[in-house]
Ligand binder design. Structure first.
Ligand SMILES: *Cc1c(COP(=O)(O)O)cnc(C)c1O
Length: 384
């Protein structure tokens, strides 16, 4: 047992209203999908962020799988995405037979290097999947221009990007998730607003609206039937059971009612880390999170990038000795056991660099300033 009090990497924040809304859902007697709370959550997102149609899903992974079905990914199609991402970004398309074209991260942050996309577009390319890492926006103007020029779909993996914004080159502020044809969000307990497991598909291109509902409901036109648009419902397409129980949605609703408060606190903690570590990082050649001028911030995660894996791992060990969980993040997917033999592209220097050198610090709603100071002091007292 350590003499130091444990600081976990993440601690899910409960607003206190979750059990009230879950109880209400239970007492209503209607707890399957697409009930009262599902509709409340979906409307909330559509109205607050200017999203097209929103459909809650059981995870962001499921939302990505729905997206792959919606754009008709078939064997041999190529899908462009960063290698530095979560496995589901890629797996959802591989499940439908796609070949993944992995692109390197930028030198400044782990987001996809948009300058490397165009030369990898072929007549088999079907989609680009930018991932807003740490909730920081990718360069969406460039990606949307490429999508228009080559007639490609853009699916934003916005799992970490709730309540953040992109500032387009003509100065327009757009919510992340509102820009691509489709976008996916996660409410996994490690994200900013949570439902344990949970996610959402955002459909911004209205031509996908009706088919998305069908795929969501096991390939049936059940929703159109309930709206009285057809007089019987049946099997009309492929699909699966992608919709969560209304109990999950009731939990999420409690979180959404407090989203402003949650975001304010997370952004404050992010700023504290930034201010307190700035001088040390400058002096020691450790990189801070880089926020491009086209991105706002959402306080999803705070990371540092060390000069070497050895230094990074040393800090992880120091943290452990002090009973603090600081953790690395993705391992390049193109080098994963599953994909390495299939990958024929060039070396992805920055993807590997973030795999080796990036460290995430604890950041969660109930992290106190004292705890944050303890974390910071361990870093700045370590000679590297
Ligand atoms: C969390 C995350 C996912 C997966 O979300 P689930 O809801 O757990 O399926 C996918 N992509 C990225 C970038 C994520 O951070």
């Amino acid at each position: 047992m350590s003499i130091y009090k444990h600081i976990p990497f993440n601690k899910p924040y409960m607003t206190g209203d979750e059990s009230f809304y879950i109880k209400d859902a239970v007492l209503s007697g209607k707890i399957s999908g697409n009930g009262k709370y599902t509709k409340l959550c979906q409307n909330f997102f559509e109205q607050k962020y200017g999203f097209g149609k929103c459909l809650l899903t059981t995870s962001c992974t499921d939302a990505l799988e729905m997206a792959a079905i919606l754009i008709n990914i078939s064997p041999g199609d190529e899908v462009i995405m960063p290698s530095y991402t979560f496995v589901s970004t890629s797996n959802a398309f591989v499940l439908r037979g796609a070949k993944i074209i992995f692109i390197d991260s930028t030198k400044d942050n782990p987001n996809i290097d948009v300058s490397k996309i165009e030369k990898l577009i072929t007549n088999k390319t079907k989609a680009i999947v930018p991932v807003h890492y740490a909730g920081v926006a990718c360069d969406m103007d460039v990606i949307m221009d490429l999508s228009k020029k080559y007639n490609l779909f853009v699916i934003e993996d916005a799992a970490q990007a709730i309540d953040n914004f992109y500032i387009s080159r003509d100065g327009e502020k757009k919510a992340l998730g509102s820009i691509g044809h489709l976008s996916t969000f996660s409410f996994h307990e490690t994200k900013n607003v949570i439902s344990g497991e949970g996610g959402m598909l955002v459909i911004n291109d209205s031509k996908f609206y009706s088919r998305a509902e069908i795929i969501w409901e096991k390939g049936t036109n059940r929703n159109a039937f309930f709206r009285g648009e057809v007089d019987k419902y049946g099997w009309v397409d492929i699909g699966s059971s992608f919709l969560p129980s209304d109990i999950i949605a009731a939990f999420l609703w409690a979180q959404l009612e407090h989203i402003e408060k949650i975001q304010k606190k997370r952004k404050l903690l992010w700023e504290l880390y930034y201010q307190k570590l700035k001088v040390y990082c400058n002096k020691n050649n450790v990189k801070m999170p880089f926020i491009p001028k086209y991105s706002a911030k959402n306080g999803h995660l705070f990371y540092l990038v060390f000069k070497s894996k050895k230094q990074r791992d040393l800090i992880i060990k120091k943290m452990k000795n002090n009973n603090i969980d600081a953790v690395f993040h993705y391992l390049s997917l193109h080098k994963s056991e599953f994909y390495k033999d299939k990958y024929k592209g060039e070396q992805l220097y920055f993807s590997d660099y973030y795999s080796d050198n990036l460290l995430r610090l604890p950041l969660f709603y109930s992290l106190s300033e004292n705890q944050l100071n303890r974390i910071v002091s361990i870093i700045i007292n370590e000679k590297i």
